[in-house]
Design a protein around this ligand. Structure first.
Ligand code: NAP
Length: 312
């Protein structure tokens, strides 16, 4: 059986597409490989989603979106997609568990956190290195943490981390933050936040748990090893240095620019019947509000595409 629409990815873009498609009475399947929600589940307070007067946490917002889409009949499945075939009219989406078919596909695969690329980073992820403050901040109650990055995410998450950590130090590769001025002001006012400018972490070390890192001053070239307080024994590094679009699966199939999927304003890709929505596509602002907007547009366009290309 072929679904009308398959949506790959269960973040805000995918769930919004699911809501709009299901509400248009299209048989709709949302496929997610991990937990539903994408990056937003790592956000403590969603302050800028219009209408959320009492700030919901990322997970609460996602839970509502999922319930709403399911309420209109969207189905969901947990599977990791490994291949997609789009040359026939009915598209085939192959997962590790099963194979799925649909008249239209909406690619809402989002983006994943970029790593700093320091030796030891991979081994110590989850053992002192984290990419998600909401998930891991509580492990660092009364410890010291370092935040790498200078964008909105790094500075906002540093502020959030001060609720748990004894001290938070932002390490940025330049001498000026990229984050919005309003966010910067909050961080500069926060007594628990310190800054190390023009620097990056070049190596992390530890036997099973983070024990030290090497800090390099990018202007002078000077390097030094940083250790935790003796009484603490460990500390945390939270990395927020941007994101990479999760689009590897579509290389050679969908047109891309710097690994982001190219669409027109109506979320059409270069392949008929395949749409992209959310953080994985070329766009100027990657936010929940723009992801949900993309999802809605993609679903409505998928509906039109099906109407025009398939018999009832
Ligand atoms: P971002 O804006 O791309 O910032 C990435 C930061 O990491 C930059 O400061 C960058 O330094 C630094 N960086 C990049 N590669 C690095 C490396 N290899 N080593 C060390 N530092 C590195 O990413 P983001 O903060 O995750 O934000 C992504 C998007 O979401 C943005 O559009 C942002 O506005 C939006 N966002 C908005 C909010 C909000 O409005 N409340 C919250 C979070 C995110 P340079 O500055 O030197 O390039």
């Amino acid at each position: 059986m072929a679904y009308d629409v398959i949506i790959i990815g269960g973040g805000p873009a995918g769930l919004s597409a699911g809501l709009y498609a299901a509400r248009a009475r299209l048989s709709t399947l949302i496929i997610e490989k991990d937990a539903f929600g994408g990056q937003i589940v790592t956000t403590a307070d969603v302050e800028n989603y219009p209408g959320s007067m009492v700030n919901p946490t990322g997970p609460v917002l996602i839970d509502r979106m999922l319930q709403q889409a399911e309420g209109f009949g969207a189905q969901k499945v947990s599977d990791k997609i490994v291949e997609i075939k789009v040359d026939e009219k009915i598209k085939v989406v192959k997962g590790e568990k099963d194979e799925y078919k649909a008249k239209a596909v909406i690619v809402a695969t989002g983006a994943v956190p970029r790593t700093i690329g320091a030796p030891g980073e991979k081994e110590l992820t989850g053992r002192g290195i984290s990419y998600c403050a909401t998930c891991d901040a509580a492990f660092f109650e009364e410890l010291e943490v370092y935040v790498v990055g200078g964008g909105d995410s790094a500075v906002e998450e540093a502020i959030y981390l001060t609720k748990f950590a004894r001290k938070v130090t932002i390490i940025h590769r330049r001498d000026e933050l990229r984050a919005a001025k309003s966010i910067q002001e909050k961080a500069f006012k926060n007594e628990k936040i310190d800054f190390i400018w023009d620097s990056s972490i070049t190596e992390v070390k530890g036997e099973g748990i983070l024990e030290s890192f090497t800090l390099k001053n990018l202007k002078t070239g000077e390097e030094k090893e940083v250790f935790p307080d003796e009484d603490d024994g460990t500390f945390g590094i939270f990395v927020f240095v941007g994101y990479l679009p999760a689009t590897g699966l579509f290389e050679g199939i969908l047109d891309m620019e710097k690994s982001y999927i190219v669409t027109d304003d109506n979320m059409h890709t270069n392949v008929e019947g395949v749409f992209a929505a959310g953080d994985n596509r070329v766009k100027s602002l990657r936010q929940v509000v723009t992801a949900t907007s993309d999802g809605a547009i993609a679903a409505v366009q998928a509906e039109k595409y099906i109407e025009n290309n398939f018999e009832k």
